[in-house]
Write a protein that binds this ligand. Structure first.
Ligand code: UGA
Length: 439
C-alpha cells in the first residue's frame, strides 16, 4: 500500500519505518528540511534502539520529504503522527494535528483513509473529519480513523512490531477494512470500535498506568514511615495476575511526553464536561509531590545544598532514551542550583539535550567516576544499566561524603549493606553504614 506519515518524531518515524518493514511503501513528511536530509542519509534524528538499523534495511520502501502535497496526493492511507503538547491549562495543543489536516485537505486527489495516531482528546477525530471535508480541494471520498499507538520510548520498535493490540476506531466499515489490510502482517489482537472509544482506550490505558505508578509510590511513602519494604510488597502483590508485576516500580514518579500530558488532558476534558475524574486527579497530585522526594530526603543530611558538590546520575525521564520531556531532573536541578550547589551531572545519552537547557551552570561528566569525585552527595534520577552494574565500593572511594539518594531503587539493600555508604532509596530502609558529618 502507498502510505504517507506526517511527523517524524517517536510516533511518526517509528510507525513509518515499521510499516515499511511490513512491505508498504512509506513516505515520511516533516517540516524540518535538516531532519529530512538526515533521514535520507540513513540517520535517525531520534535515539531509539534498533530504529536506525531498521530504517536502513528498508530504504528502498522509505522516502523522506518536506513536500507534503506530493506525499499526500495519491496516498492510500495517511497517518498523522505529529505532537500534541500540553498547553498551560493542561489541555492538549492540537494546532499541529489540525495543521496537517488542512494540508491533507489541500492535497489529496484520490480516496484515502486519514489515520490519527497522535494522542488526541476524545472527539478530535470528528473535528478532523469535519475540517478535512470542509476544506477539500478535490472532490474525493475521505475517511478518518483513530488508531492509537501503544509504544514506549526506548522499546518503540519492538512495541510497534510486536504490539499488544491494534485498536481501530472507525465510523465506516470500509475504513476499518483498509486498516486491517495495513496491519495484515502484524500478529496482534485487533479491537475494532467507534472513533471515540478508540480515542478513550488510549487515554484510559495511559492514565491507568500512571495511576498504578502513583499508587505504588504512595504505598512506598507509607512503607518508609512504617518500616515495610516496597520491593517485597510489590513482589508479593505482583503474583496476583489481576494486579500483575509490571509498572509496580516505586520511584520519583512518572515523566516523559505521555503520562503527565495524558493524565492532565483527560482530567481537563472531564472537568470541561463538569465531571471530576478523582482517581486521575490523585495520580497527578501524587506525582507532583513525588518528583521532589529526593531533595526533601536530602534535608535529612543537609540544611541546604549551598556550596556542596552534588553528583547527579541520570538526566533523562527513563533509561533507553535521550528524551528529557517532564524528566524529574528538569525540576530538581534548578532547585539545587538555586540552593547554591555545584552540580556535576552524568547521563550516557541525555547530556546534549540537557545542555540546551542548562548550558553553563551544570558541569557535565562523561563517566560516573568523574561525576562522583569529591561529591558531598549523589542523587540518582534514572536507572541506567551502567548505574545498576556500578561497583558500589566506588561510591565511598570517590565521594567526599558517600551519601547516595536513589530515586530509582537501583541497588538491592543486601549489596549496599556490604558497602561503606549512606543509601537512602524509595520505600525502603535507609542504610547508614557511615558516621556522616552533617554540614
Ligand atoms: C508510555 C506508555 O507506557 C506507552 O504504552 C504509551 O504508548 C506511551 O506512553 C505513549 O502514550 O506514547 P513512555 O512514556 O515511553 O510510554 O514510558 P514508560 O515506560 O511508560 O514510562 C513512563 C514513566 O513512568 C517513566 O518516567 C518511568 O520511569 C515511570 N515508571 C514506569 C515508573 O516510575 N514506575 C514503573 O513501574 C514504570
Amino acid at each position: 500500500m502507498k502510505i504517507a506519515v506526517a511527523g517524524t518524531g517517536y510516533v511518526g518515524l517509528v510507525t513509518g519505518v515499521c510499516l515499511a518493514e511490513n512491505g508498504h511503501s512509506v513516505t515520511c513528511v516533516d517540516i524540518d528540511d535538516k531532519k529530512v536530509a538526515l533521514m535520507e542519509s540513513g540517520i535517525s534524528p531520534i535515539y531509539e534502539p534498533g530504529l536506525e538499523e531498521l530504517m536502513n534495511n528498508n530504504m528502498e520502501r522509505l522516502h523522506f520529504t518536506t513536500d507534503y502535497q506530493a506525499a499526500y496526493k495519491d496516498a492510500d492511507v495517511i497517518f498523522i503522527g505529529v505532537g500534541t503538547p500540553e498547553k498551560p491549562d493542561g489541555s492538549a495543543n492540537l494546532s499541529y494535528v489540525y495543521g496537517v489536516a488542512e494540508q491533507i485537505a489541500a492535497s489529496i486527489e484520490k480516496e484515502c483513509v486519514v489515520v490519527v495516531k497522535s494522542t488526541v482528546p476524545i472527539g478530535t477525530n470528528d473535528k478532523i473529519e469535519n475540517l478535512i471535508k470542509s476544506q477539500l480541494k478535490h472532490d474525493v471520498n475521505v475517511y478518518v480513523a483513530s488508531n492509537p499507538e501503544f509504544l514506549s520510548q526506548g522499546t518503540a520498535v519492538k512495541d510497534t512490531l510486536h504490539t499488544s493490540r491494534i485498536v481501530i476506531g472507525v465510523e465506516e466499515e470500509a475504513a476499518g477494512e483498509t486498516l486491517k489490510e495495513v496491519y495484515k502482517n502484524f500478529d496482534a489482537p485487533i479491537v475494532v470500535t467507534n472513533r471515540k472509544s478508540a480515542e478513550m482506550i488510549k487515554y484510559a490505558s495511559n492514565d491507568f498506568l500512571a495511576l498504578k505508578i502513583s499508587f505504588i509510590n504512595e504505598i512506598a511513602n507509607l512503607c518508609e514511615i512504617i518500616g515495610a519494604d516496597i520491593e517485597d510488597v510489590a513482589l508479593g502483590m505482583g503474583y496476583d495476575v489481576r494486579i500483575g508485576n509490571k509498572f509496580l516500580n516505586a520511584g520519583i514518579g512518572y515523566g516523559g511526553s505521555c503520562f503527565p500530558k495524558d493524565t492532565k488532558a483527560l482530567h481537563w476534558l472531564a472537568n470541561f464536561h463538569d465531571y471530576e475524574l478523582k482517581t486521575v486527579k490523585a495520580a497527578i497530585d501524587v506525582n507532583e509531590n513525588q518528583k521532589l522526594k529526593l531533595i526533601k530526603k536530602s534535608r535529612k543530611y543537609f540544611d541546604s545544598l549551598k556550596g556542596l558538590n552534588v553528583a547527579v546520575l541520570g538526566l533523562t525521564f527513563k533509561p533507553g532514551t535521550d528524551d528529557l520531556r517532564e524528566a524529574p531532573t528538569l525540576v530538581n536541578i534548578p532547585l539545587m542550583l538555586e540552593d547554591g550547589a555545584n552540580v556535576k551531572a552524568w547521563d550516557p545519552i541525555g547530556i546534549d539535550n540537557f545542555r540546551k537547557v542548562h548550558p553553563e551552570d551544570v558541569t557535565y561528566c562523561y563517566s560516573i567516576e568523574e561525576t562522583l569525585k569529591d561529591a558531598d552527595v549523589c542523587f540518582i534520577f534514572t536507572e541506567w544499566d551502567q548505574l545498576k552494574h556500578f561497583d558500589l565500593t566506588k561510591y565511598s572511594k570517590l565521594m567526599k561524603n558517600p551519601i547516595v539518594i536513589d530515586g530509582r531503587n537501583c541497588y538491592d539493600l543486601e549489596s549496599v549493606k556490604k558497602a561503606n555508604m549512606v543509601y537512602d532509596s524509595i520505600g525502603r530502609e535507609t542504610i547508614h553504614n557511615l558516621e556522616v558529618s552533617l554540614i
